[in-house]
Design a protein around this ligand. Sequence first.
Ligand code: IPD
Ligand code: CA
Length: 293
Amino acid sequence: MSDWSHCFHFGVSLANQAAEIILTSFQKQKAVKLKSSPADLVTETDQRVETFLISAIRTQFPNHRFIGEESVAAGEALELTDTPTWIIDPIDGTVNFVHRFPFVAVSIAFAVNKQTEFGVVYSCVENKLFCAQRGRGAFLNGEPLHVSGQEDISRCVIVTEIGPERDDLALSTMTSNIYRLLRLPVHGVRALGTAAVDMCQVAVGGADAYFHVGLHCWDIAASAIIVQEAGGVVIDTNGLHFDMMSRRVIAASSASVAQRIADVIQVFPCRRDDEDPYSSVCGDAGACENKHV
Ligand code: IPD
Ligand code: CA
């Protein structure tokens, strides 16, 4: 097994520097541009942080590749190959950042041969740095962390989001999923506005599961390995293997909770990240029960 620790430590130090840039701007008024929908935002800080991260990594590791949210938005190809690849979300929770809602994170994952080797999620305002290297456990500010281990869905706090999609099918599917979960019942449904921090809540045991459809690989690659290394389970919403390019994820404290959520929720169709990253809902297909997707 290769040792990518030197890259991991470099990634952690860059996350700290990126967090400083984000925090400097957090309280300020931001100029906002729209991307794929009126709720899909980008600021100058998103772009500045991504440029900083990629240029610092490229100087150190000139042969590595990148998938960065804002680079893809600017037209770069979104392709995960076997080459060592840094998968970067410079600010996960941009709507929060714009509104000063205090959950924003920089998310950095590193994959080799399409397998994630490590992930770093720094929730800047909370000053919580979550990280994990494959096979070496997960940590929050240096302390080992573990999922809750909850197996009973009726005792779960579930985190999910209403994402940036605003078409009828996506909205009705997302809101109906919340209804379906509350009817099980579960203890509660929560949303922090950042997939990376939502999933880290599962890793640290504050929530028992997270699910979402319509995400991109930069939103979830780092936090997925953190959940797995914290003893959790990460699967596709169809109940099969997690694929960071599929735009669908369930992260849970146990296999039984993950499977129960997969059985209950519906999904709306999304093109895979490696097909077209900014085409979120395709055609006029209806919402599907997961077992049919
Ligand atoms: C968003 C957040 C949000 C999720 C959206 C993502 P961004 O990422 O992770 O929680 O619901 O689907 O797009 O745009 O803030 O990086
Ligand atoms: Ca982002």
